[in-house]
Write a protein that binds this ligand. Structure first.
Ligand code: ATP
Ligand code: MG
Length: 377
């Protein structure tokens, strides 16, 4: 596979307004290196202040690094920032929109910022340009152009065909105002907001707002989409809807780089995750492989009615770790076969217990093992 992002020894040192412990600077990102492959969903997972947003913003050409190199789609971020920006879509950790504009009008605005109406692609449309009436924009503002050969495949929610396929089949659309209207509608449809085209952002729910932000990041059909904590603050249903959208976008060819606090999100969505903490990348791998390394770890936890002496577990060498912090007891074993022996041991000592749970390894355990501390969301 071809890397679309190559980050080498990336370091970011921020100046501080006042010295803290004699330090006038803060090193937020500490010589990290990683690559993102074309077509993958790459996650950066880490707690508050880990350096996730800083890393993303450097790659997105919004801020510059202190040292190290960043290449995106073959362009160096310091030399060719504009080339990169044209090819990527960005969803920031929080977004503000102009008041009193509807979703449709905001998309028109974003489209015009990217000169979307004059440029190629129509991967989002269905190949029809037969509509006679448009809204909001004058037709004479438009200058249809010839499609470029480099346009990335993208987003046709109905046919799931890439624009290049449409072209090969001789169905390449003519680029026109009408096609932008089609594109806009397809975008809204894709993010499930077609019926909200004439609503304002302030009237959207949190999940709808996040989905709209993704639509705005897609107006210029980017090859890479950056999502900074896309599901923070959403309820479970809205989170799952957004997960589905992210998968759909990825299935249609967009490489996705996302940050998250949520282990389950990273486990479900990401082909590979970088676990980041205090400016460093601790590990990069497929979630399953990271977890498999801990596959011999099964965690048993329960509550006891009375304080217990955890040395009682030393008679069972299969118990790799025992931690009693009244009322909770946590044991680590390497085989499910040992569970009945543990229950017997507790009964032998007349220990009354409740809330007995057995948990196999998750990404959270990987994090715990890598950092030696509990994950704090
Ligand atoms: N402009 C700045 N000046 C000084 N320090 C900064 C600046 N921006 C970020 N930092 C610090 O750099 C560290 C990393 O911040 P960053 O926003 O990258 O973390 P994050 O992993 O995205 O955190 P979160 O999960 O809270 O979004 C933090 O300690 C933050 O306070
Ligand atoms: Mg952040």
């Amino acid at each position: 596979m071809k890397p679309v992002i190559v980050v080498q020894n990336l370091t970011k040192i921020y100046p501080l307004p006042k010295a803290v412990n004699g330090q006038k600077t803060f090193e937020a990102v500490k010589a990290i290196s990683f690559e993102v492959q074309k077509g993958e969903i790459f996650g950066i997972l880490g707690p508050n202040g880990a350096g996730k947003t800083t890393t993303l913003e450097i790659i997105e050409c919004l801020i510059q690094q202190t040292s190290g190199s960043v290449d995106v789609l073959g362009f160096n971020n310091l030399e060719s920032g504009d080339d990169i920006k044209k090819r990527i879509g960005i969803q920031l950790q929080s977004s503000q929109y102009l008041h009193h504009l509807t979703l449709g009008e905001l998309l028109d605005l974003f489209g015009s910022l990217y000169q979307r109406r004059e440029a190629e692609p129509l991967p989002l449309t269905r190949g029809s340009t037969s509509r006679s009436e448009g809204r909001g924009l004058e037709k004479n503002q438009l200058t249809p152009t010839t499609p470029s050969a480099t346009q990335p495949p993208l987003l046709d929610p109905t046919s799931h065909k890439a624009s290049s396929d449409l072209r090969k089949e001789g169905n390449a659309p003519q680029y026109s105002f009408d096609s932008w209207i089609d594109t806009k509608k397809s975008l809204l449809e894709l993010v499930g907001l077609l019926e909200k085209e004439h609503s304002e952002v302030k009237d959207l729910s949190g999940g709808q707002r996040q989905r709209f932000t993704i639509a705005t990041a897609l107006v210029h059909t980017p090859e890479i989409l950056f999502l900074d904590e896309p599901t923070t603050g959403l309820d479970p249903k809205a989170r799952h809807d957004l997960w589905q959208l992210i998968k759909t976008l990825n299935n249609q060819g967009i490489t996705i780089v996302m940050t998250t606090h949520f282990m389950d999100e990273a486990e479900f969505l990401c082909h590979r995750v970088a676990i980041m903490d205090s400016g460093k990348i601790l590990e990069i791998d497929e979630p399953k492989k990271l977890i498999d390394r801990l596959s011999d770890t099964i965690q048993i936890s329960f509550f006891t009615e009375k304080q217990i002496d955890q040395s009682i577990f030393s008679v069972m060498p299969e118990i790799k770790k025992a931690h009693a912090d009244f009322p909770k007891v946590v044991l680590e074993i390497n085989s499910l076969d040992k569970i009945s022996a543990i229950v017997t041991l507790l009964k032998t000592h007349n220990i009354v217990f409740y809330g007995f749970t057995v948990k196999t390894a998750t990404l959270e355990d990987v994090y715990l093992q890598l950092t030696g501390r509990e994950y704090q969301e």
